[in-house]
Design a protein around this ligand. Structure first.
Ligand SMILES: [Ca+2]
Length: 407
């Protein structure tokens, strides 16, 4: 059963507020506007929007040698995961957030799409899917579910088993990207239940990890406002994750973040410090070294654009793309919802040098035309043949970006 939505909790005015009254009033108004807009957005699932019959894929700009094609229409597609298919090929699992469904797309050994199955319906924002040892794990806000031996039962899927049902029920930043780490634990983020507030540190604004049977749950990282994408470096096996910056500080601050968590127990700043350098106007004075709220927290490895809404993130581990793209972080930027001019709505890459980003560049763009977007990238995933799969929850599509060397 869907869990009930709880109301958003605007931050209480601080008695130690150091900002001017006008800014304080503006912040209150902005917080209210944020809550109203978010409720409105939550009440209108993207899937109900008209989906164009033909998608204008020729408007997508890619580096030379790359092409994009439509792999399948999947309503409201968010996170993707791959598993083996009985008889050869693969199954692409897709969480469909506003639809409340989990989809499975059969792919044959050549990667060609086959039947699309609905594995579960009526779930509460089932964004996250992760495949491990024959089972599909699904996030549904407060619950983590498991569809057992799913690859053999696509046409007659089993009832989901409930592994946990004790995560927060808040719908604000409550939807979850999930993934198994190299340690065999399922990483489960819990976002802040607000735009900016100081919630219980091991309950919210954290990345948790759960044993695969659901029995154990522990905190891995704190101070994370809302990560909706993460992956582990293919060589170091360390966690990298996006974090979406707070709203209502302006069009250009704070940046979204790409963070690096080489070990458990680190704090990434929220709500006290944004982007490693910007103390929060309200919460910055509450914690951290006096006069320098940012010193005690882990700074991002790479700053991303403000309001781009960095979602799915994966390292490119294939060999189809030319050498300069291998090992890069690919990020699906879902796009801004309240910036005065829209940004994001594209795929970007970050090139790393050790634990630092050294280049942040667009890879695929064109879903945004002027101030109108016909699609919104939500996740990226490397296909078995090295192509890059992209989910789009607004257009209801899975794309395949491939590279063909010049002759
Ligand atoms: Ca941070």
């Amino acid at each position: 059963m869907p869990t009930p939505a709880t109301s958003l909790q605007p931050p209480r005015p601080s008695t130690r507020l150091a900002i001017r009254p006008a800014i304080r009033r503006a912040t209150r108004l902005a917080t209210f506007a944020w809550a109203v807009a978010l409720c409105a957005a939550a009440a209108l699932p993207l899937a109900v929007r008209a989906q164009p019959a033909a998608l204008p894929l020729d408007s997508i700009k890619l580096p030379p040698g790359f092409t994009i094609e439509l792999l399948a229409r999947v309503p409201n597609a968010r996170q993707m995961a791959l598993g083996p298919r009985a008889g050869g090929g693969h199954v692409l699992y897709v969480g469909s957030m506003g639809e409340g469904k989990v989809h499975a797309l059969e792919l044959d050994a050549a990667g060609k799409p086959g039947p699309l199955h609905v594995l579960a319906r009526g779930l509460n924002q089932p964004v996250g899917v992760a495949f491990r040892d024959g089972h599909l794990y699904v996030s549904a806000v407060s619950r983590i579910l498991r569809l057992e031996r799913i690859g053999e039962r696509l046409a007659q899927p089993p009832q989901p088993q409930v592994l946990r049902d004790d995560l927060p029920t808040d719908r604000s930043h409550g939807w979850k990207f999930i993934a198994f780490g190299p340690d065999g634990w399922l990483y489960v983020p819990v976002g802040a239940p607000c735009n900016i507030c100081e919630p219980a540190p091991d309950r919210y604004a954290a990345i948790l990890r759960m044993s695969a049977d659901g029995a154990k749950l522990e905190t891995f990282a704190r101070g994370v406002r809302n990560t909706v994408g993460f992956d582990w470096h293919p060589q170091t096996h360390e966690l990298w994750f996006t974090d979406n910056g707070r709203d209502m500080l302006g069009d250009d601050v704070p940046p979204d973040e790409l963070n690096h968590a080489p070990r458990a127990g680190l704090h990434f700043g929220y709500p006290y410090c944004h982007a490693g350098v910007l103390p929060d106007p309200e919460y910055g004075a509450r914690r951290g070294t006096p006069g320098g709220a940012c010193k005690d927290f882990i700074a991002p490895a790479q700053l991303l654009g403000a309001h781009v809404a960095a979602l799915g993130l994966r390292f490119y581990t294939g060999s189809m793309f030319p050498a300069e793209w291998r090992g890069r972080v690919f990020i699906a930027e879902h796009g801004s919802w309240n910036r005065s001019r829209k940004v994001g709505y594209r795929i970007t890459t970050v090139k790393l040098d050790g634990a630092k980003g050294v280049a942040y560049e667009p890879f695929a763009s064109g879903w945004l035309q002027g101030e109108s977007a016909w699609g919104r990238p939500a996740d990226v995933l490397v296909a078995p043949d090295g192509a890059l799969l992209v989910s789009d929850d607004a257009a209801g599509a899975i794309y395949r970006i491939s590279h063909r060397p010049a002759r």
